[in-house]
Write a protein that binds this ligand. Structure first.
Ligand SMILES: Cc1cc2nc3c(=O)[nH]c(=O)nc-3n(C[C@H](O)[C@H](O)[C@H](O)COP(=O)(O)OP(=O)(O)OC[C@H]3O[C@@H](n4cnc5c(N)ncnc54)[C@H](O)[C@@H]3O)c2cc1C
Length: 606
């Protein structure tokens, strides 16, 4: 299945290292690298979505929870629920890229199904795959992989949302030492209405950290578990979301996951995977929004011409396609890095379980970056979709209205985008302190460059992407300059400067997304020729252009917030130098090139 050679694997960067190390185009995995097996999987998921989900989109708006449950069963029969579950537990045991591909293509029709799918096969099943012991895996995974049982993940409480380790749910050991009695209240639990088991996090005595438990649920024999009413939500109307109350729920001691006090680690690691998969889940939703929007734009006539002929509409279609393309590029790049890291660890003697755990943890920064970027791109894409549909966009009879409402939740769950922004910068700083990513060396060099005399040589940018790749290198210097100085200035107190962290996160996110987009296109130009990649080249340039703007704005905001006088002047001059184009891209032409392709193919064609 792997298309990367062993020598590529040796060059594999650690998580976060993209910021300080070069990646060659040949070393990134792209959707164009899907193996035949992966393409077959994609086609069969698409066929399932087109046959089973798309025709029922209206029904999904009617709070039909049984419909979601029935279709989840069908997805189980097709094997889709067990893609990442090892074969010995009746799953398909496929690699991380295939797992991403399934969650991507299964999520395009409706957020109701994609949430149920993600809650079950991601956070509902993964804690057992990653942390379960042999008995637990044997007992639960086959049922979950086939859809005989459904899973849920119960972490959030009324008083413990973003502060997930602060939950009050208690687990008390019974006198005979055979059970834990769980008592407490969980909130916003996806799949609660039809699940057969939940991963529940509770605190034992006054432990600093919570503990994870596998808790079975049978409505006929509820064992102290009761459910609240279905929540009335803005979107994902047929996704079951309820409160769950535990009142002395007896859980056998053997159902504890991993060790006492390791629940927070379990919860966070499950969320790392959940985050990158959520990014995947935003991709096909974007493609399908673009498909619907361009079809409408080609059909809808105003002023005696299809609205697709208007530059205003073309500009939107081009931007929507560009962000979807960037999301694909970065998501599959990271997914393959995770897959390779898992296989390296296995080659080094780790069990599959340990390897997967450590492999994903390694790329937690990228997982957070992708979650934020893809969820916000999806939101923009559906929002512009509504605008293209005009008044019809506002109507529940057209597809954009529900797509927009469904998209909104992706910025909130699996850690809000604020939390994920702060996490990705915080984790990077921690990695630097542990010596896993050398930020200090490169940051010092940037400092020297700032005080040195700039070169006035005219660079040779005649080769494709020569200037763009140079620009990405310079953008990395911007991050090192801003975040590096901030770390020096504030030390551990940096975490109290949230606006600065958020600005730094935006710089980091844009760098990863822009670089991934350019590398994907460069790889494809090298093998398929530049003529076949005209629009992809345009999208890469357009994405970078916006990234430069965003980074300029965020970096300036950061610099003036903490630097004064000469230091401020020097950094602002550096910023100007690091964000300067020699040859300004003609963004109007770039958008035209991209839009022409989307409009002529009447779909997202990349
Ligand atoms: C439809 C739906 C399905 C869900 N499914 C599940 C599920 O299956 N299982 C589960 O366990 N949970 C689930 N959740 C819960 C979800 O993960 C939480 O809603 C989310 O983590 C945010 O927590 P909160 O709602 O308590 O918001 P809060 O934590 O109260 O946050 C409110 C606002 O404050 C910000 N904020 C909070 N803390 C900080 C901080 N330290 N610094 C800066 N800003 C901060 C947040 O970013 C947000 O903007 C679901 C939620 C919804 C709405």
């Amino acid at each position: 299945m792997s298309t990367q050679t062993d020598s590529n694997k040796k060059d594999l960067l650690r998580g976060g290292q993209f910021l300080v190390k070069e990646t060659s185009a040949e070393n990134v995995f792209t959707p164009e690298d899907f193996s035949d097996e992966q393409k077959m999987m994609r086609d069969s998921v698409q066929e399932f979505v087109n046959r089973e989900l798309m025709p029922k989109r209206e029904e999904f708006e009617k709070k039909n929870y049984e419909l979601t449950e029935d279709l989840m069963k069908k997805a189980g029969e097709m094997g889709f629920l067990g893609v990442s579950v090892p074969e010995e537990y009746d799953g398909l045991g496929m690699g991380f890229v295939t797992t991403m591909l399934v969650v991507d293509y299964i999520s395009g029709a409706t957020g109701s199904f994609s949430t149920a799918f993600g809650a079950h096969s991601g956070i509902g099943t993964l804690p057992i795959t990653l942390y379960g012991n042999e008995e637990q895996k044997k007992k639960y995974l086959p049922k979950l992989a086939t859809g005989e049982w459904f899973g849920a993940y119960a972490l959030t409480e009324p008083g413990a949302g973003s502060d997930a380790n602060s939950g009050k749910t208690k687990a008390v050991l019974s006198e005979d030492g055979k059970f834990y009695n769980i008592t407490g209240q969980k909130m916003w639990i996806s799949n609660a209405g039809f699940c057969n088991m939940m991963i529940v996090f509770a605190r034992i005595e006054d432990d600093k950290n919570i503990t994870g438990f596998i808790v079975e649920y049978d409505s006929e024999n509820p064992n102290g578990i009761s459910l609240g009413e279905e929540e009335k939500k803005l979107g994902i109307h047929s996704s079951s979301t309820r409160q769950v109350f535990f009142n002395d729920t007896k859980v056998p001691v053997e159902n504890m996951l991993s060790e006492r006090g390791s629940g927070f680690k379990i919860a966070m690691n499950a969320l790392n995977v959940g985050r990158i998969k959520l990014a995947g889940a935003c991709l096909d939703a974007q493609r399908r929004s673009i498909d619907a929007s361009v079809k409408y734009a080609n059909d809808r006539v105003q002023f005696k011409t299809p609205i697709a002929n208007f530059g205003a509409i073309q500009s939107k279609l081009a931007e929507m396609a560009t962000s979807a393309y960037a999301g694909e590029s970065a998501s599959y790049r990271a997914a393959k890095d995770i897959e390779d890291r898992i296989s390296i660890r296995q080659e080094e003697g780790n069990s599959h379980q340990e390897a997967e755990l450590k492999g994903v943890e390694e790329y937690a920064i990228e997982c957070s970056i992708l979650k934020v970027a893809a969820s916000e791109d999806l939101q923009n894409c559906t929002d512009e979709g509504i605008q293209i549909f005009g008044g019809m966009g506002f109507s529940a009879d057209a597809p954009m209205e529900s797509a927009w409402r469904d998209a909104r939740i992706t910025r909130i769950y699996e850690g809000t985008n604020e939390i994920n922004r702060m996490l990705c910068v915080g984790m990077l700083v921690k990695k630097a302190m542990k010596g896993h990513v050398d930020l200090l060396g490169p940051a010092t060099k940037v400092g020297e460059e700032l005080t040195g005399i700039p070169s006035f040589d005219k660079p040779d940018y005649s080769e494709l992407f020569a200037e763009e790749k140079e620009m990405v290198k310079k953008l990395k210097k911007v991050f090192l300059m801003v975040a590096g100085s901030a770390v020096q200035k504030f030390g551990p107190q940096l975490e109290d400067h949230q606006q600065l962290l958020l600005a730094s996160a935006d710089i980091l996110i844009e760098i990863y997304m822009a670089e991934s987009t350019i590398l994907r296109t460069e790889k494809n130009v090298n093998r398929f020729g530049a003529d076949s990649q005209k629009e992809q080249i345009a999208m890469s340039k357009l994405y970078l252009y916006h990234a430069v703007d965003t980074i300029n704005q965020k970096a300036k905001e950061g610099i003036v917030s903490f630097a004064e006088g000469d230091e401020q002047r020097m950094m602002l001059m550096g910023l100007k130098r690091f964000t300067k184009y020699e040859n300004h891209p003609n963004v109007v032409e770039l958008r035209k090139t991209i839009a022409e392709k989307v409009i002529s193919e009447n779909k997202y064609p990349f």
